[in-house]
Design a protein around this ligand. Structure first.
Ligand SMILES: Nc1ncnc2c1ncn2[C@@H]1O[C@H](COP(=O)(O)OP(=O)(O)OP(=O)(O)O)[C@@H](O)[C@H]1O
Ligand SMILES: [Mg+2]
Length: 333
């Protein structure tokens, strides 16, 4: 794994690395599922690099990027004259990956009509090039990936169940970045260093509020989105202190509102708990104000602000009225 940049320290990321180490030595098919940008290709490469095939090729094919009609030829190759424009015999990705790993990205987009041939290649480790009757045998480990729910596609008959089970021998699910908050700081530091060097723009401070904002964002585009955001931030930071692009700064504002609400909740809980302990007695030696180290009027003012209704010690008078009286005297509280 030495050549790959695999950054992360969260428990979920560490568990993922353990899984990679566990599945790397065997030949079974792996199906990596996860939201866009979670690092599916990075993990597929890590499996290849950590296993006995590391000195052979890692061949990637994005099934969504190639028109259905060309995909068969891309996978299995073709003979000269197999179709219009086939000027020479061409090896397919299966053959190019012989001895190594074939990474089938976006496998959910594999056309249904091609799936039986792929299944056979996986099961029998053999196939024929387009336009040929000669069987080609290969030794390939297949790792597939998708951000679609392949099980769902199977139940909607958009993906063959037999192929799904053949690919899903070792399922790996990549958690989204919002479930790996402890990874955000090391990833940010990594991307800042990378883009600072690439853009020749030294950044020597990542302020705490920037880290807080990054942690508060929910990253629908996951690590790729974080990477792009840091690239923009490095590029547009006016000095050597990292500044976030405007859209992310708006997230900070929202998250600090949430933080303020949380603080009020904590205050409310603490006061109610103390009032419960004093049987809702506010003043005097054994009252809640004394326990909280607050003047009685200050506590009443705070209770009013936090919407805590009195239960006993203030007698029949509603707290709003009483608090109004007291708080005029305690305007500074
Ligand atoms: N753990 C990691 N450490 C450092 N960089 C990472 C890590 N995981 C992913 N990346 C980077 O994030 C970007 C997205 O990763 P990758 O292409 O593997 O995601 P993906 O899940 O395949 O995305 P998609 O579903 O869009 O194909 C890449 O630039 C990759 O280098
Ligand atoms: Mg990918």
């Amino acid at each position: 794994m030495a050549t790959l940049d695999l950054i992360g320290s969260s428990p979920k990321f560490r568990a993922l690395l353990t899984e990679v180490e566990r599945v790397a030595p065997v030949d079974s098919a792996v199906l990596i599922q996860g939201e866009t940008g979670t690092g599916k290709e990075v993990i597929a490469r890590a499996i290849h690099e950590s296993g006995p095939r590391r000195n052979r090729r890692f061949v990637a094919l994005n099934c969504a990027a190639i028109p259905g009609a060309l995909l068969e030829s891309e996978l299995f190759g073709h003979e000269r004259g197999a179709f219009t424009g086939a000027w020479a015999q061409t090896k397919g990705r299966f053959q190019l990956a012989d001895g190594g790993t074939l990474f089938l990205d976006e496998i959910g987009d594999m056309p249904l009509e091609l799936q039986p041939k792929l299944l056979r290649a996986l099961q029998e480790r053999e196939f024929e090039r387009l336009g040929s009757t000669q069987t080609v045998r290969v030794n390939v480990r297949v790792v597939a990936a998708t951000n679609q729910d392949l099980g769902q596609l199977v139940s909607r008959k958009l993906f063959r169940a037999d192929l799904f089970y053949r690919l899903n021998v070792i399922p790996i699910r990549l958690p989204p970045l919002r479930e790996r908050i402890p990874d955000i700081l090391p990833l940010t530091e990594f991307f800042v260093a990378k883009f600072a060097a690439r853009l020749n723009k030294p950044i020597d401070l990542i302020p705490d509020e920037v880290v807080a904002a990054l942690k508060a964002h929910d990253w629908p585009g996951n690590i790729r989105e974080l990477q792009n955001c840091i690239e923009r931030a490095v590029l547009f930071s006016p000095g050597s202190v990292l500044r976030l692009p405007l859209d992310l700064r708006q997230t900070v504002a929202q998250s600090s509102e949430t933080a303020a609400r949380t603080l009020a909740d904590a205050d409310r809980e603490h006061i109610v708990e103390t009032l419960n302990q004093t049987n809702w007695l506010i003043g005097g030696q054994d009252g809640a104000a004394n326990r909280l180290g607050l003047p009685r009027t200050t506590l009443i003012y705070k209770m009013r602000k936090l919407g805590i209704e009195t239960r006993r010690s203030l007698g029949a008078r509603p707290i709003r009225q009483l608090a109004g009286e007291q708080c005029r005297a305690a305007a500074s509280c």
